[in-house]
Design a protein around this ligand. Structure first.
Ligand SMILES: NC(=O)c1ccc[n+]([C@@H]2O[C@H](COP(=O)([O-])OP(=O)(O)OC[C@H]3O[C@@H](n4cnc5c(N)ncnc54)[C@H](O)[C@@H]3O)[C@@H](O)[C@H]2O)c1
Length: 381
């Protein structure tokens, strides 16, 4: 068995943006004791001091101070609101620093392509969340698919429905250091830009290029806690892979909570129930013909997880994801002088497909993708 990555990984990171997700990153980074947090910066001085006091880390008073304090072989974590992603990432790349960005990499393909070109020209790493594809559950599912556990995959259903979120007590939700959940920004950005990547990243890693997308998106709840903008709160997309099965991906903040992915193959169904749990079991339900009936095994069997395991955070819900897997993998890539698995063509393609679904509207219809990438090599952890 290889050494566990949390024991091997080293390097330094600086956090830009000290809001809700930054606390989840700090909790996750603590599972990698070799990674040093240089400090943090936020344009909101009250948030900056509450966050840095809570975690006992250095507050930087300007972005340029924070960038200058990041070693050239370290990584800047862009954890700002989506509308700020492009500007902060550009500033960090201009300062010669590698960047891990929260999702989306940028709000437009023009920005995604320009930033990716800037990173490439400067020999810097640039990748965006989510990183759950590096986790044990996604890697176990990918391994089972490569091994034909369910036979040839024919069709995939992936659901990222979060329930009728605007009726949840969203104004009471707060992070560990006291950042309120940014409900208005979440509704303005939209659940597709926020969440489609959680399964799109797995599907693109497993099957590579999505040749075309047929999608529609809509706003189905006009008033969400007083937010009445036009951003879609529902989308559904059919993804046609260059080399692989067809997949249906659904995102909403209206339909009852359902985070399943089901891979339908010639011999049965591979299934994961929890997209956001790095160690959720992968189950295989063999297809059975019993007399004149056809059914998938009601219980199924647990697929043996790929080993060795990466560090996990002991939480539930979104917080049971280890948000540091992406930055840790990027630090390993910098040290090994190889591209990060989540950067380059993979990052561009993930963002192109996500934006196409979000912007499909009522008449989006069939869209040919301009970018593409190879499937991802299996992880070694
Ligand atoms: N909230 C979640 O549960 C969650 C989960 C996973 C990923 N994310 C992602 O994390 C990112 C941040 O979300 P959040 O929930 O932490 O939002 P947030 O509003 O709680 O925090 C963002 C912080 O960034 C700061 N900021 C904005 N522009 C800045 C700039 N130019 N320079 C420095 N600081 C700046 C804000 O002052 C704020 O404190 C988003 O991309 C979101 O998609 C959020």
């Amino acid at each position: 068995m290889n050494a566990r990555p949390d024991k091997m990984m080293s390097g330094a990171v600086t956090l830009i943006g000290c809001g809700f997700v930054a606390d989840l990153y700090m909790r996750s980074l603590m599972t990698f004791p070799g990674i040093k947090v240089q400090g943090a910066f936020d344009t909101d001085p009250d948030r900056l001091s509450a966050f840095c006091n809570h975690w006992q880390i250095t507050p930087f008073t300007t972005l340029s101070d924070a960038l200058a304090a990041t070693p050239p072989d370290g990584v800047v974590l862009n954890l700002t609101n989506p509308v700020s992603h492009a500007d902060v990432t550009r500033a960090a790349l201009d300062a010669g620093r590698h960047v891990w960005s929260e999702k989306p990499l940028a709000m437009s393909m023009d920005d995604v392509l320009a930033l990716s070109a800037l990173a490439r020209d400067k020999g810097l790493q640039l990748a965006s969340a989510p990183c759950s594809v590096l986790g044990q559950t996604a890697q176990t599912l990918a391994h089972a698919i490569r091994n034909d556990t369910a036979g040839t995959p024919r069709l995939i259903y992936a659901e990222l429905d979060d329930g009728f979120i605007s009726q949840a007590p969203v104004k009471d939700w707060a992070s560990e250091s006291g950042a309120p959940w940014p409900w208005e920004d979440e509704f303005r950005t939209g659940c597709t830009l926020e969440h489609a990547g959680y399964y799109l990243s797995w599907l693109i890693a497993m099957f590579g290029t999505v040749r075309s997308v047929t999608a529609a998106s809509a706003r189905v709840i006009p008033d969400k806690c007083g937010y009445d903008g036009a951003t879609p709160d529902f989308s559904t997309a059919i993804l046609f892979f260059e080399n692989g099965p067809v997949a249906r991906l659904t995102c909403s903040i209206a339909a009852p909570h359902d985070h399943r992915i089901r891979v339908v193959g010639d011999d049965g169904v591979l299934e994961v129930a929890k997209a956001w749990d790095n160690t959720a079991p992968v189950r295989f339900r063999r297809r059975l013909r019993i007399r004149r009936r056809l059914l998938e095994h009601p219980l199924g069997r647990k697929v043996a997880p790929v080993a060795p395991r990466h560090p996990t955070v002991k939480r539930t819900g979104a917080a049971s994801m280890n948000f540091a897997l992406g930055p840790a993998e990027m630090l390993a890539a910098i040290a090994a002088e190889r591209p990060s698995r989540l950067g380059g063509d993979y990052a561009i393609h993930l963002n192109e497909v996500t934006l196409a679904i979000q912007n499909a509207g009522e008449t989006g219809g069939a869209m040919q993708m301009q970018s593409g990438c190879d499937p991802m090599e299996p992880m070694e952890w």
